[in-house]
Design a protein around this ligand. Structure first.
Ligand code: CU
Length: 171
């Protein structure tokens, strides 16, 4: 590759690389059309958001759009569960990726492009209330984009419920 430019970036702790925009623009994918999303755990609208328990495995069918998650409040997760967050970015504006992370997860956060669904596994190992949140700056309300999961003891019988905002919980 031909070196075009090389210099230290004073005052910044990272290095930079550059490439001609013309090499990228033609290959850039701007939108993942939501109607083409065939992910088996996608929620293609907030009405499809749900939480399903199968033994110790919990599947969260979650949506994200500026500036909230659905559901944003989940109860009835237990210590020792394997919780799969299947998070669908409902945006159909290009350049509006959202991120997803949950406190205590031992893997990297997700970066989810508009129209895509990605999955994060979380295995809560202690009781408590754990926030999940958007990790990619998405708008002025980015900091509001969060929710909570309550983790109960392994032997508790707290029912699995979830809700969005002030709506009553779904069981
Ligand atoms: Cu976001």
């Amino acid at each position: 590759m031909k070196l075009l430019l090389d210099f230290p970036t004073i005052g910044e702790p990272h290095y930079a690389q550059g490439i001609a925009a013309s090499k990228i623009i033609e290959r850039s994918k701007k939108i993942y059309p939501i109607e083409e999303n065939k992910h088996p755990y996608a929620a293609l609208g907030e009405k499809q958001a749900k939480v399903v328990r199968e033994g110790n495995t919990v599947h969260v069918y979650m949506t994200m759009i500026r500036s909230h998650f659905a559901p944003d409040n989940i109860e009835g997760i237990k210590v020792g569960d394997k919780v799969y967050f299947h998070v669908t970015n409902l945006e159909q504006d290009w350049d509006t990726p959202h991120g997803f992370s949950v406190m205590g997860a031992r893997n990297a956060e997700l970066l989810i492009m508009p129209g895509q669904t990605e999955t994060l596994l979380w295995e809560p190992d202690r009781i408590g209330v754990f926030p999940f949140y958007c990790t990619d700056f998405c708008s002025a309300l980015h900091q509001e984009m969060q929710g909570y999961v309550r983790v109960s003891p392994a032997n508790s019988n707290v029912p699995l419920t979830w809700k969005l905002g002030d709506k009553p919980p779904v069981q």
